[in-house]
Design a protein around this ligand. Sequence first.
Ligand SMILES: C[S@@+](CC[C@H](N)C(=O)[O-])C[C@H]1O[C@@H](n2cnc3c(N)ncnc32)[C@H](O)[C@@H]1O
Length: 252
Amino acid sequence: MDKMMELRRYMTGSWGELMEAKAKEQHVHEVFERIAPKYDFMNDLLSFRRHKAWRAFAMKKMNVQPGQTALDLCCGTCDWTIAIAERNGDASVTGLDFSEQMLKVGRHKIERKGLQHKIELIQGNAMELPFADDTYDFVTIGFGLRNLPDYHKALQEMYRVVKPGGRVICLELSKPIWQPFKGMYYIYLKGILPLLGKLFAKSYRQYKWLPESLAMFPDHLELKAIFLEVGFTHVEAYPLTGGIAALHIGVK
Ligand SMILES: C[S@@+](CC[C@H](N)C(=O)[O-])C[C@H]1O[C@@H](n2cnc3c(N)ncnc32)[C@H](O)[C@@H]1O
């Protein structure tokens, strides 16, 4: 964030908010720098591989066509970035993430698939995108929005860089809807998941962050309302696997 903007925030009395946002960014950065080498393995384990079905559903809804460009925010180890690049013909895909370690894993996967000529990876902050207005056909964010300090502002940035008529797609963990399942799920999330993180990735504190970040995150209807507030039209929200995850799609 540039100095003028920081000064302006200070002058308008939101210095505390800025500090809170910076603290969250720094914490999230440390989490992903640490868990990067085990991230893909842990995703399979902790979601019982459900994340693969959620990603496939997202791709089906996107229906990517050759020639369509995409920006994948918080791309991490690049699963979604690669899936889009495999579908959009000669068009380019950009992945952006602020964790060098996550990008390193993603870069290896891209090279193994021989896709380095069409995927550009950028180390940067999803809150301040270094791209012009109206640039991409798709802007995607997979399991990233929950980790950002200001969901509203992040979606405004995505709205800015997607083309008119283009789509912003968010795949994210969410809050189960059905009460008996909800209770069991929270026992797993808060009690068991961090222990699995400790056992398999030696990262208890980092995996404890997952339920903490979800507690602060809007449910699928609240997130749909935020999409509408930002200005997206034709907003669709799909709860997945009983609401454990949700897919949101908005058109600019
Ligand atoms: C849970 S991972 C998701 C990775 C990938 N999108 C996927 O679907 O598996 C969240 C990613 O968001 C990135 N991230 C979090 N906050 C960020 C920010 N402010 N700017 C850029 N990347 C961020 C982290 O580094 C991490 O790679």
